[in-house]
Design a protein around this ligand. Structure first.
Ligand SMILES: NC(=O)c1ccc[n+]([C@@H]2O[C@H](COP(=O)([O-])OP(=O)(O)OC[C@H]3O[C@@H](n4cnc5c(N)ncnc54)[C@H](O)[C@@H]3O)[C@@H](O)[C@H]2O)c1
Length: 263
């Protein structure tokens, strides 16, 4: 089968959270570049507008919604609204997430320094909002008997990681089992749901802390490929999981990590 057919998302409606930057932007771009109508959502409306314009100039079909995923009612309204307007929802990327600060390698990241308010915020955004995204999309996808749900976890959800905070590690593990649980229920409806587990990518997460050369070195030193990835390197996996190519892939977690979880 030709690649164009295998990964054909022409006319599909895709919804991405946290789409103004980093991995979410890369997901939105690859879906738009391959013919999907992409709904880009984020808390940052100015950057969203800039990217919508750029993608539209390149021939992409894109709309934007200012959306804070921590507002669960607004999140539901946005997803329901897109499904109602377009009459379908083919793919959703539950991607928005925040850092919980440094890991236990520094004093500020050690277990007794964990701030309760920060813990609650990270659990809400990285777990509860992901659950609501899946839950709301599932209702539409079950009805239409098709759909792709892609959740952004992390390699920190698969193994201990000294450079990420406790709440981050906990939520990224939790969403993996959430994916497995939902995969069982949704499989008979021809709806697939998978998690991706990225290693380090250059994005703005944690106030762009990877732009600090010392932090970047610490992260890249533990990657067998010896480097931090560019967000474009996520696009093949995102397109595969969001397209017909993933027709028999569900309930999985796929690392994209330069070999970090292999050894
Ligand atoms: N960058 C990495 O190395 C890496 C590795 C593993 C997993 N991840 C995960 O990738 C996902 C995307 O992060 P990124 O690295 O691209 O970071 P990023 O900061 O570049 O992008 C995240 C986007 O989400 C938006 N956002 C933040 N809070 C939001 C909210 N409450 N509602 C809606 N949008 C919100 C931000 O405005 C931003 O545009 C996160 O879930 C993150 O945990 C990143």
């Amino acid at each position: 089968m030709k690649a164009e057919q295998l990964f054909d998302v022409n006319g599909h409606v895709a919804f991405v959270t946290g789409a103004a930057s980093g991995l979410g932007l890369a997901m939105a771009e690859v879906m738009a570049d391959n013919g999907a109508h992409v709904v880009m959502t984020d808390i940052n409306p100015d950057t969203l507008t800039e990217h919508r314009q750029r993608l539209a100039d390149g021939g992409g079909s894109v709309e934007t919604i200012e959306l804070d995923v921590s507002d669960l009612a607004a999140l539901r309204t946005a997803i329901d609204g897109v499904a109602a307007t377009h009459g379908r929802l083919d793919a959703i990327f539950a991607n928005a997430g925040i850092s919980a600060g440094p890991g236990y390698q520094t004093d500020a990241g050690q277990i007794n320094a964990v701030d309760q308010a920060k813990w609650d915020e990270v659990l809400h955004i990285n777990l509860s909002s992901v659950f609501t995204t899946i839950q709301t999309a599932a209702a539409h996808m079950k009805r239409q008997k098709s759909g792709r749900i892609v959740v952004t976890s992390s390699i920190a959800g698969l193994k201990a990681e000294q450079m990420v905070g406790y709440a981050y590690a906990a939520t990224k593990a939790a969403v993996i089992n959430l994916v497995r649980q939902a995969a069982m229920e949704l499989a008979p409806f021809n709806v697939s749901i998978n998690a991706i587990a990225p290693g380090p990518f250059y994005t703005n997460i944690g106030n762009g802390r990877l732009s600090d050369p010392a932090v970047a070195k610490a992260f890249s030193d533990v990657v067998p490929m010896g480097r931090i990835a560019d967000t474009s390197e996520l696009q093949g996996l995102a397109l595969m999981l969001g397209s017909p190519a993933a027709s028999f892939i569900t309930g999985t977690v796929i690392p994209i990590d330069g070999g970090s979880t292999a050894g």
